[in-house]
Design a protein around this ligand. Structure first.
Ligand SMILES: NC(=O)c1ccc[n+]([C@@H]2O[C@H](COP(=O)([O-])OP(=O)(O)OC[C@H]3O[C@@H](n4cnc5c(N)ncnc54)[C@H](O)[C@@H]3O)[C@@H](O)[C@H]2O)c1
Length: 344
């Protein structure tokens, strides 16, 4: 049997709790968490106690001590480049949480540093791994609706995200950089690369510094058009948080992903309702289990691909294209016109 993959995790805050649980679930598939690190000693100690591994407060010291196979970076975006540049010197693989980096230049620098060191690199971009969205992707790829030519992808909520992520209140770039990045990535995954896009942004909540709402219109290279929407200021009940809902149309059918994970599949003029075909793990909270399930499935994908010596779907290089859409969206909103994503 192949040796376990020794994983060191950096950043033990809010979202890392899902990574810790995911790596525990993935032990039978070859994951072995060997240490955790947080500059906040209390957070490092708490994560270490749950996972029964040593706690560190200095990432460089942890990596020098342990030389893990894989480093999982779950800190906030402004720290990703410095930590990734340390990690590529000590490990064979590195996973960086989304958003990959604050600027295209930093993201490119991480990709280049990994390439120079011969290190496998993935971005933890997990929405495309959420079970209902992955099922929709699989249906599209199986040709059930023909080549998709139009889609609407939307994340609309009024859930108090500022309670769990208080740093959102002061972000100058908020909704597109935080959640729009996921939906843009999903649009790329379903409809292919983008030639140009237009974005309108709004700040509907006066407490914020950045935008809380974005409405984007994308033209894809294959001629398809998609509407990508995200907001933290929708006042609608039932609130589907944290689900991304989807409608995608092709010449012979349509796929609609509804709240709760059910899918309406129309093919050949008849509609079939597909019940949600997944169950949450015991550690997941049914209120936001879909995000946790996406995290677990993303970690499962990264582990399997790393162990097989294959690139992740969301490799560092691939994610440069998603980040280019984020940059194009902000540029479009500022210039009041369509923008082409920068070539990568
Ligand atoms: N994929 C998703 O669905 C999803 C959801 C939420 C957050 N995220 C992403 O996860 C990342 C973390 O977000 P969060 O909400 O958990 O933030 P957080 O602030 O709760 O946690 C970050 C942790 O990193 C620690 N840290 C900072 N610098 C460090 C360093 N140099 N070495 C070790 N530890 C360090 C901090 O002390 C903190 O505990 C962000 O990039 C965020 O966008 C992703």
């Amino acid at each position: 049997m192949a040796a376990p993959t020794r994983i060191a995790l950096i950043g033990c805050g809010f979202y890392a709790q899902n990574h810790l649980a995911a790596w525990r679930d993935l032990v039978p598939e070859g994951a072995e968490l060997v240490a955790v690190c947080d500059t906040d000693p209390a957070k490092a100690a708490a994560a270490a106690a749950i996972s029964r591994v040593p706690a560190y407060t200095d990432a460089a010291a942890m990596l020098a001590d342990l030389a893990p196979d894989l480093v999982d970076i779950v800190t906030r975006v402004e720290t990703h480049r410095a930590l990734a540049e340390i990690a590529v010197r000590h490990a064979r693989g590195v996973i960086v949480q989304k958003p990959f980096a604050p600027t295209a230049e930093d993201a490119r620098a991480i990709v280049d540093a990994a390439a120079r060191a011969g290190v496998w690199l993935a971005v933890h971009e997990n929405f495309r791994f959420q079970p209902p969205l992955r099922r929709a992707i699989d249906l599209v790829e199986a040709g059930r609706i023909g080549p998709p030519s139009w889609a609407r992808l939307h994340f609309r909520t009024g859930f108090d995200v500022y309670r769990t992520q208080p740093y959102f209140l002061t972000e100058t770039r908020l909704c597109i950089a935080d959640v729009g990045v996921h939906i843009l990535d999903l649009a790329r995954r379903i409809l292919g690369e983008v030639t140009h896009l237009t974005a309108e942004i709004q700040q509907r909540n006066p407490r914020l510094v950045g935008e809380d709402t974005a409405t984007m219109l994308l033209r894809h290279e294959n001629g398809a058009v998609s509407v990508v929407e995200c907001t933290y200021e929708a006042r609608r009940e039932p609130d589907p948080f944290p689900e991304t809902l989807l409608q995608v149309e092709g010449p012979i059918g349509a796929i609609i992903v509804n709240a709760g994970g059910g899918i309406e599949l129309t093919e050949g003029g008849a509609m079939t309702r597909l019940a949600p075909g997944y169950a949450f793990a015991p550690w997941m909270d049914p209120r936001w289990g879909i995000s946790q399930a996406g995290c677990l499935e993303a970690c499962r994908h990264y582990l399997a691909r790393f162990r097989a010596g294959r690139d992740a779907e969301t490799s560092g290089k691939d994610n440069l294209r998603t980040l280019a859409l984020v940059e194009a969206a902000y540029a479009s909103a500022a210039s009041l016109g369509p923008m082409r994503p920068s070539p990568v």
